[in-house]
Design a protein around this ligand. Structure first.
Ligand SMILES: Cc1ncc(COP(=O)(O)O)c(C=O)c1O
Length: 338
């Protein structure tokens, strides 16, 4: 148990604890026990993994007297949509810096973008090239808001900061309690698999696993960039976390790994076999994944299991981190396979 007084202040946004469900048919097919932790059930419009991080990040924004949160992501960012809606609940305005090929002709109002607009977010469209210098754009927009007398609060990409990682430290505590209900106090060795998009979820899970002391291995499947890129990001989050909340353990980075090789065509670009895996899981278990994160991570996990069913040990928990709204803008890509 992590001492309750170590947790930073949070505002409650997520419906937790989320269920841990055994995928019976999938487990039989794969020859290994596979459970899904249903973080897609953290809410409806405000669903997925990002809310867990936002509980801590928005508490900080409110405590600092902010009136507007600024964040960034891809055009169909789940994180931006969750931030826009969560900001409303916290009584804040939001400004979203969204990446698109042609900012003069932004994508149509669908999926997460529709929800961003319904929530009344101000949207600033930028090119992928400008996105690489997003820190400068954050500063420019923050300055503009300040000059209008407002108080901005910046949430970096994906909410993947040491503070945001608390959301997944808390989730790991929840998961250990789930596993104890199955196993008793001695939790059996378990591999936790999640999608890695900006690193905060993987970092929080890894820190939480170490603090729990349970035999839990954390693996992220990267959906963009590569293993080296994410190890640098996740280690930096863990280091910052240790310095801030676990000062005696500053040097100790928790164990985790990144399973590289499943980025496919690139971030938010799907291959037919990934879409077929999403379809097949819906037909097998009635569970719907998203194409950008969970679908890719699941596809990678199943591809590794097809090579060696015991590669992840006897029991796997796949974290379903949500993202459903990202499915609808690419509906036409499913036309030939449904
Ligand atoms: C649905 C979904 N799953 C997983 C992730 C990855 O989480 P993280 O950004 O913390 O690596 C994201 C966001 O990037 C997401 O939107």
């Amino acid at each position: 148990m992590i001492p309750a007084d170590l947790f930073p202040p949070r505002i409650q946004l997520a419906n937790t604890p989320t269920p841990l469900q055994k995928m019976e048919r999938l487990s039989r097919q794969a020859g290994v026990k596979i459970f899904f932790k249903r973080d897609d059930f953290t809410g409806s419009e405000l669903s997925g993994n990002k809310i867990r991080k936002l509980e801590y990040l928005l508490a900080d924004a409110v405590a600092k007297g902010a009136d507007t949160v600024i964040t960034c992501g891809g055009a169909q960012s789940n994180h931006c949509r969750a931030t826009a809606l969560a900001a409303v609940r916290a009584g804040l305005a939001s400004l979203l810096i969204l990446r698109t090929g042609d900012p003069a002709n932004p994508p149509q109002l669908s999926g997460n973008i529709l929800l961003d607009c319904l929530a009344g977010s101000e949207i600033v469209w930028i090119t992928p090239e400008q996105y690489r210098a997003r820190e400068e754009i954050f500063e420019r927009e923050a300055q503009r808001l300040r000059s209008e007398g407002r108080k901005p609060f910046i949430i970096p990409e994906g909410g993947s900061t040491a503070l945001g990682a608390w959301g997944y430290v808390a989730e790991m505590e929840e998961l250990v309690a789930d596993l104890k209900r199955l196993d008793g106090d001695d939790v059996k060795p378990t591999t936790v698999v999640c999608a890695t998009g900006s690193g905060g979820t993987t970092a929080g899970l890894a820190i939480g696993a170490r603090l729990s002391g349970a035999a839990i291995r954390v693996l992220g499947v990267n959906v963009c960039d590569d293993r080296e890129y994410f190890v640098a990001i996740i280690d930096a989050i863990c280091r910052q976390f240790n310095q801030t909340w676990l000062p005696g353990e500053s040097a100790e980075i928790p164990a985790y790994d990144i399973v590289d090789g499943y980025v496919g065509r690139g971030y938010a670009q799907s291959q037919p076999e990934e879409l077929a895996a999403i379809r097949d899981l819906v037909r097998l278990e009635g569970v719907v994944l998203d194409p950008v994160y969970t679908g890719k991570a699941y596809f990678g996990m199943m591809a590794e299991l097809a090579k060696n069913p015991k590669i992840f040990g006897e029991r796997i928990v796949f974290i379903h981190t949500g993202g459903l709204f990202g499915l609808f803008p690419i509906a036409d890509q499913f036309a030939d396979i449904v």
